[in-house]
Write a protein that binds this ligand. Structure first.
Ligand SMILES: Nc1ncnc2c1ncn2[C@@H]1O[C@H](COP(=O)(O)OP(=O)(O)O)[C@@H](O)[C@H]1O
Ligand SMILES: [Mg+2]
Length: 150
């Protein structure tokens, strides 16, 4: 599948919950072609949907709804998915430390907020967040080589 590698596919859709299905379907198409297992694809779907949902819910508050761009990059070692909006951003370091502190808490004490970031970290191999202009969440999943599985 060398013609697939190092290429990327982008989707620009309204930051509206109705469009998250299209993102999921595209992810499914690309990730299955790229050799990810059903379980891996399910995990990625949840993580990507959560990143999109954050753009839908938090990015464009009190302003006109903007768009979100989802970019899938096929790399030799896996897939890199970027979810980007141009809305108002947030303090990721602070939210991340909140998410980290969730590790030590019983679930019953976990109340509002921070669960989405925590979940993306649990489901993906790498999560990076850039908040310079709008928000960009970069989710990476490495491809397990067949020989490594043997
Ligand atoms: N795309 C985004 N644009 C603006 N703020 C965001 C975005 N994603 C996350 N945030 C901020 O980070 C917080 C934590 O996100 P998350 O862990 O998904 O929890 P939740 O969505 O349940 O509040 C959100 O409440 C919001 O303040
Ligand atoms: Mg969320």
């Amino acid at each position: 599948m060398s013609d697939f590698q190092n290429h990327s596919v982008s989707l620009k859709v309204p930051a509206d919950a109705e469009f998250i299905d299209i993102v999921r379907l595209t992810l499914y198409g690309i990730a299955s072609k790229w050799g990810f297992s059903y379980e891996e694809i399910e995990d990625m779907k949840v993580a990507v949907a959560e990143a999109c949902n954050n753009a839908v819910l938090h990015a464009y508050q009190g302003e006109e709804k903007g768009q979100m761009e989802i970019r899938f990059e096929m790399r030799e070692d896996g897939i890199r998915i970027s979810v980007k909006d141009e809305g108002s951003s947030f303090d990721y370091e602070q939210k991340e430390s909140q998410a980290e502190s969730l590790h030590d808490k019983p679930l019953s004490e976990v109340s509002e907020g921070g669960l989405g970031i925590f979940m993306m970290q649990a489901l993906m191999d790498e999560v990076q967040v850039h908040t310079q202009s709008g928000t960009e969440v970069i989710l990476t999943k490495f491809l397990q080589r067949k020989e490594e599985l043997a």
